[in-house]
Ligand binder design. Sequence first.
Ligand SMILES: C[S@@+](CC[C@H](N)C(=O)[O-])C[C@H]1O[C@@H](n2cnc3c(N)ncnc32)[C@H](O)[C@@H]1O
Length: 280
Amino acid sequence: MIKILPEEARTLSLYIYSLCGVHLDETKGYLLENRLAPLLQENSCGSFSEFYLKARSDSTKTIPRKIVDAVTTGETSFFRDSAPFDLLQFKLLPELIDRRRKNNSSRGPISLRIWSAACSSGQEVYTTAIVLQETLGNLLNYNIQLLGTDISDQAVARASYGVFSRMEVERGLATEKLQRNFVPVEKGWKIRDELRGIASFKKLNLMEDFSSLGRFDIIFCRNVAIYFTEADKVKLFSKLGNALDPDGALIIGSTESLTGLCPQFEPMRYQRSVYYRLRK
Ligand SMILES: C[S@@+](CC[C@H](N)C(=O)[O-])C[C@H]1O[C@@H](n2cnc3c(N)ncnc32)[C@H](O)[C@@H]1O
């Protein structure tokens, strides 16, 4: 395998940071070496310096896109950490629906907007869809927008397709949930159309401005900010605060915390979960 020199690791780390905000310090040379090796080969590059120059001058942006796909970790699963989905089912959704019913003078369908920022291959979005259906019943009675976004083209394409291998569905889905919400297809299991129909997916870099998405009732932003610098986390969560309804809830990863980072958020507890609301 081609070895990466310390100077090349520094240059490529800065380049990757400019592409997606993922911060890899110099000690992560081995990670770059392993993750980028197939791309060096694909582009017939004899060194990381040559590869860097090729990526920078790629007018089609194919190489930078593939670099982002290679370095971002798409680790995810259905019902990951379980507690946030109990929180959704037994606290956030019932409260939200109650509030909306009281304020719904037009008697039209109740609207809900939920965003999974950094949704990877879609398991978080479809888990949310399953919980919505289990909690609300017929989803056609509601006006639901469930958005999944990710910086990785590959992840967005996979999420949008909604087909998961046997191994993927076995991670987190009980047999009964699998059979109720998926149909078997040649390559594994496909999410049912009713659930796929309430979801939409698009590519989005959380480092950039996303104010055009509007406001959400619930935002999941789990296990992505861990790759960012402290300064970038502050910027990201402050933008997420602006994208959250004043009564909305922000759910972050089970190993993450906003304490001491973003004073505009107040931590709330529900059983094993911590989630955040905007301070009034
Ligand atoms: C570890 S996965 C988390 C998936 C899911 N939220 C979960 O917790 O199971 C992290 C995801 O963040 C995405 N990501 C990394 N940098 C990003 C950025 N700047 N903007 C949007 N997504 C990003 C990666 O492509 C990857 O799919």
